[in-house]
Design a protein around this ligand. Sequence first.
Ligand code: NDP
Length: 308
Amino acid sequence: MALLYKADPQRGERWRQLFAAHAPDIEFRQWPDIGNPAEIEYLAAWQAPDDLATLLPNLKALLAISAGVDQLNLSALPPHLPVARMLDPGITQGMCEYATWAVLSLHRDMLRYRAQQQAGAWEARALVPASQRRVGVMGMGQQGKAIVKCLQGLGFALSGWARSAHQLTGVECFAGPAQLPAFLGQCDILICLLPLTEQTRGILDLSLFEQLPRGAALINMGRGAHLNEADLLTALASGQLSGAVLDVLGVEPAPADHPFWQHPGIMLTPHIAAMTQPDSAFAVLLDNIRRHQRGEPLNGQIDRADGY
Ligand code: NDP
């Protein structure tokens, strides 16, 4: 029995070592060296080939090596094939670190202090206590809930929005499109942690920004296609938004002439909020293979119809 790995080749070498050391019954193969395709039962991948059904006739499960699955063409996959996303604690740790840094940067006006430093201006601004800074998280899943917990420790006033109703101590929870305006109306800092689906594509647009309190700030850690980039520029220019921290963009890497590079109100990072860590992800992936072998449901199995 074999597993085919189709993702970052350098990290693949580490995956190979981990399989050899801890799961020698599973033969690790790295794309494009697939060997006899009939022997491959599991695919661990970032992106899957479109002709999967004919290429790997005995494939039993697709195990994404990322938390999001929007890069997969789900409609092209064989309908019976279970698809699981990666629930790597290393990813969640990275997301918590990034969100904490981004929220603190916006909360403590670091975009402006950076500009002041460059201008040689020593000018203190009023300090808002964390308890008076309302931080709202869109997406209360694996990442959103962990981030809310981290931010609770810093004393922020927290709320969350998801498709379904959630209950978290000390967090005001909103659900569904009907409660979106009430959620947005009380977010000084809005963090997008949604999966990219047909329902969430382009959700961060001018009409959403206009429902935030004037001067609110945005953090996008979801996917670039959540954001209407022209609308962000409009909202920053009018002062409706005061700043944005973006880890993801519509086109990555951003072209050299992209207006966000030099924008004083935008802090841009190259999709580094979190990265799958083979050492922590391996245990999760192997556990899922063993679960499947025992006939148990996969952890992180996505609902193909919902797209996440
Ligand atoms: P989960 O699937 O665990 O959580 C998704 C959350 O979004 C759920 O709370 C879900 O609601 C909510 N949601 C989905 N669709 C809608 C909708 N239409 N309206 C309102 N809420 C919705 O995902 P994760 O938390 O693990 O990850 C979220 C995303 O973060 C990933 O899909 C990926 O795009 C991004 N990500 C980015 C990384 C980076 O490095 N920048 C790294 C890791 C992830 P409900 O609870 O009701 O189902």
